[in-house]
Write a protein that binds this ligand. Structure first.
Ligand SMILES: *Cc1c(COP(=O)(O)O)cnc(C)c1O
Length: 366
């Protein structure tokens, strides 16, 4: 098998990683510059790892402008574990049922999982539009006694993104930002909790970042299994049991890349805006020959879900792009079609190549 080009990876996740991060990771598997040992054999009790966790937290805090009111934890179990632990920790009496925005595949999964723990309300359901649009959060009618309002900031499968918008101010807000975390600036003060696994924008799978307001931690009932209690991870500085050392290492490299090579989240956001404009612009020139899943105001800058309106044509496109070394373009198994994911590490140049490929395919086949 010939080596494929990592920079042409448009996968929905695990996603592309910056070339410089892959190079440093390769060297670190041989020997870390700081310790001379392979990163894969580094003890989680070593000074090196304790300093690494500190740096990762500090870099995230600085990138996001996160205030000291928030704790940061690095956890395992992916975002799916968060779906279950959030209601265990933060719902229940004296609060009214937590409310969930059901806007697509991942928020449906989050809601279903929370329902197994507590009765939850659905604050809005996008099923009527086949999940092609999103609500205005501030206009939702939420019981102020609700434990929290949960939503998914970017629906990875359908390619829908909330973007910056007003949020309801009368209820604790919790967001799954797994697929758009660190893709641009975010007004973190609005949230009681933000979580995001690493494998879309921040690193390999295995670690999930949790930002949680101290005030929310006071709600946690006693008696939860220690590993499911957020306080355990915070008190032990994300080192309660063996953490995913390798994943946290790569995440730290990505945070340095964002800070030093990209220049922060404002710059990253501008790059992502340009990439998205390029690809939606290209698709729009094809008129009726292409169907973009998300309606215009809600189109994601991270995941572009579209179809040529015919399964065979969609498969042919994926194959056509594959001949040009492009990978990861198949749509999610739940909706089919094509999905181009433009995570942080996908460059403007790679995006331009994809646009050219779409134009060439259209000229040949449509
Ligand atoms: C991919 C994805 C998930 C699933 O996360 P796991 O780490 O596989 O559990 C959850 N939420 C969103 C928004 C996702 O994109």
């Amino acid at each position: 098998m010939t080596t494929r080009r990592n920079e042409l990876n448009f996968s929905g996740g695990p996603g592309a990683l910056p070339a410089t991060v892959l190079e440093q990771t390769q060297r670190a598997i041989e020997a870390l510059p700081e310790t001379g040992l392979s990163v894969l054999g580094m003890s989680h009790r070593s000074e090196w790892f304790l300093a690494l966790v500190d740096e990762a937290s500090r870099n995230l805090r600085n990138l996001l402008g996160l205030s000291e009111d928030y704790e940061i934890a690095f956890m395992q179990g992916g975002s799916s574990l968060q779906f279950a632990t959030i209601p265990m920790n933060f719902a229940g009496l004296p609060f009214a049922p937590p409310q969930y925005v059901s806007s697509g595949y991942w928020s449906r999964r989050a809601t279903a999982e929370a329902q197994r723990v507590y009765q939850c309300g659905v604050a809005w359901d996008g099923a009527h539009s086949h999940h092609s649009e999103l609500p205005e959060l501030a206009k939702l009618d939420i019981d102020p006694r609700a434990a929290y309002l949960h939503y998914v900031s970017n629906e990875t499968v359908e390619g829908l993104q909330f973007g910056a918008q007003e949020a309801p101010s009368n209820v604790a807000l919790i967001a799954d930002m797994s697929s758009d975390f660190l893709s641009g600036t975010v007004d973190t003060d609005r949230y009681s909790m933000i979580y995001a696994h690493a494998q879309k924008n921040l690193g390999p799978s295995g670690v999930t970042v949790v930002l949680v307001k101290r005030a929310l931690l006071e709600r946690i009932p006693d008696g939860l299994p220690a590993i499911l209690d957020y306080r355990t991870h915070i008190t032990h500085h994300s080192n309660y049991n063996t953490p995913p050392v390798f994943a946290i290492y790569v995440l730290t490299l990505v945070s340095r890349w964002l800070r030093d090579d990209i220049g922060g989240l404002r710059a990253m956001g501008a790059i992502n805006e340009r990439k998205a404009a390029m690809i939606y612009g290209t698709l729009e020139t094809l008129g009726d020959a292409v169907r973009i899943h998300a309606k215009a105001p809600w189109r994601s800058r991270m995941n572009v879900a579209f179809s040529f309106g015919d399964e065979q044509l969609d498969r042919d496109f994926v194959e056509f792009a594959g001949e040009r070394q492009m990978t990861g373009l198949e749509g999610h198994r739940s909706i089919g079609g094509i999905r181009a994911s433009l995570y942080n590490a996908v460059t403007e140049q790679a995006t331009a190549s994809l646009c050219e490929t779409i134009r060439d395919f259209a000229a040949k086949r449509l």
